[in-house]
Ligand binder design. Structure first.
Ligand SMILES: Cc1ncc(COP(=O)(O)O)c(C=O)c1O
Length: 388
């Protein structure tokens, strides 16, 4: 099959069982009502601070700033860290395009890092050896590195941060897909994704583990850096009666209304994380001894499996399986192609080989909504194993 054939294979089905629907079963409506009663829907209200404090406490981060999206959070982090024209930023090749676009919007250059084979996360050994090579040859080092924790997996930021800190390279963890994941052994044992790097960024868009309809959160342990991020998110307006601004800022602050939903969602974080992991475990049992590999639980980390990702033999098998699942009303999805295949990144330098493409083309994200019925899960397992 040609690339074009693969592109047109997706048929518009209506899915009875979605990929990852949000779960609004807590205090969301009550808190939203409170916003209306207080007439505080926009940039002021108690929920902004309460949502930030609750999320920070849940993941062990000292400070957090709520923003309008994960993309906005990444953009603010880069700007606050001083990334600009002429700088290089290293980004996971296998990720959603939003991980890289803010780098371009800062005027910096994206360099792509190939994947490790099991999780598809960036291969830290490639990063470390390229840093050593550049130091030996006197070549410039990147200003920042953006490792992405993919689909609930945990990228090995723990093996990277010390070296990056020594070299003055910022690490921006794109933790948009892995809220609730963390490390189980080594110096990072007990820590959550997003809290090891210089900055961590989360997303609460429509299908993420927690949703505010659209939204994001930036965390950092450097109070001054986070306060700069907060300032930039509100048009860099200085306190006072007049409209005085000390920088060209952004309108990236989350609304109180969305934060109200966010607070109610964080109150159920443990329950939702447990449900995601239980779904992945049931899939794992179902696929044991079949031609479907995964979901994976690598050593030293505790993935959250926001989406259960499994691997099949090749790209044709993947497409066949997706169409069988779609026809039965199950919204399974392919992974994104590596960034190097998208128009804006075709000329980007790549560190490493072509593992990202192999992982991408053989992977399937399975329906993983909280509340997924066991009967549907069993049917998905039966359908998928029958096609591989
Ligand atoms: C890996 C990754 N990075 C960044 C983003 C951007 O988050 P948002 O949609 O909240 O802007 C997303 C999600 O959409 C994502 O999956």
């Amino acid at each position: 099959m040609t690339d074009d054939d693969h592109r047109v294979l997706m048929v518009a089905y209506s899915f009875r069982v979605p990929l990852s629907a949000p779960s609004f079963l807590g205090n969301e409506r009550q808190y939203v009502d409170e916003c209306f009663s207080a007439n505080q829907l926009s940039s002021f209200g108690r929920f902004l601070g309460d949502f930030e404090a609750a999320l920070a406490a849940a993941i062990g981060a000292p400070y957090a700033v709520a923003v309008q999206s994960g993309t906005a959070g990444l953009h603010l982090a880069l700007i606050a860290l001083g990334v600009g024209y002429g700088d290089e930023v290293w980004v996971s090749d296998l990720t959603f395009i939003a991980s890289a676009n803010p780098v371009v919007h800062c005027g910096a250059r994206v360099v792509l890092i190939d994947s490790e084979p099991e999780t598809g996360n960036l291969d830290v050994s490639l990063v470390l050896s390229e840093l050593d090579r550049r130091i030996a040859t006197g070549e410039a080092l990147p200003k920042a590195i953006i490792p992405v924790h993919l689909a609930g997996h945990v990228a090995r930021v723990d093996l990277l941060v010390e070296r990056a800190n020594e070299l003055g390279i910022a690490v921006i963890e794109d933790a948009t897909e892995s809220l609730g994941g963390g490390w189980t052994s080594g110096p990072a044992a007990g820590k959550s994704v997003g809290t090891l790097g210089t900055v961590g960024v989360f997303s609460f868009n429509g299908n993420k583990l927690l949703s505010t309809g659209g939204g994001g959160m930036v965390v950092a342990s450097d109070a001054a850096l986070l306060s700069r991020i907060r300032h930039l998110s509100t048009q860099a307006k200085l306190p006072g009666l007049e409209y005085r601004h000390d920088a060209a800022g952004f309108n990236y602050r989350l609304t109180n209304l969305a934060a109200a939903i966010g607070l109610a969602q964080v109150e159920r974080l443990d329950e939702i994380v447990a449900a995601k992991r239980a779904i992945a475990r049931r899939y794992a049992e179902g696929f044991e001894g079949t031609g479907v590999a995964g979901p994976f639980w690598p050593n030293d980390v505790d993935p959250v499996h926001w989406l259960t990702t499994v691997r099949v033999r090749d790209r044709d098998t993947r497409d066949g399986a997706l169409n069988v699942l779609h026809a039965a009303g199950y919204e399974a999805r392919a992974l994104w192609p590596p960034l190097r295949e998208h128009a804006p990144y075709r000329d980007a330098a790549v560190i490493g080989g072509a593992v990202a493409a192999d992982v991408s083309y053989r992977s399937i994200n399975l329906p993983s909504s909280v509340g997924l019925e066991p009967d549907d899960q069993d049917a998905i397992v039966a359908l998928l194993t029958s096609t591989v």
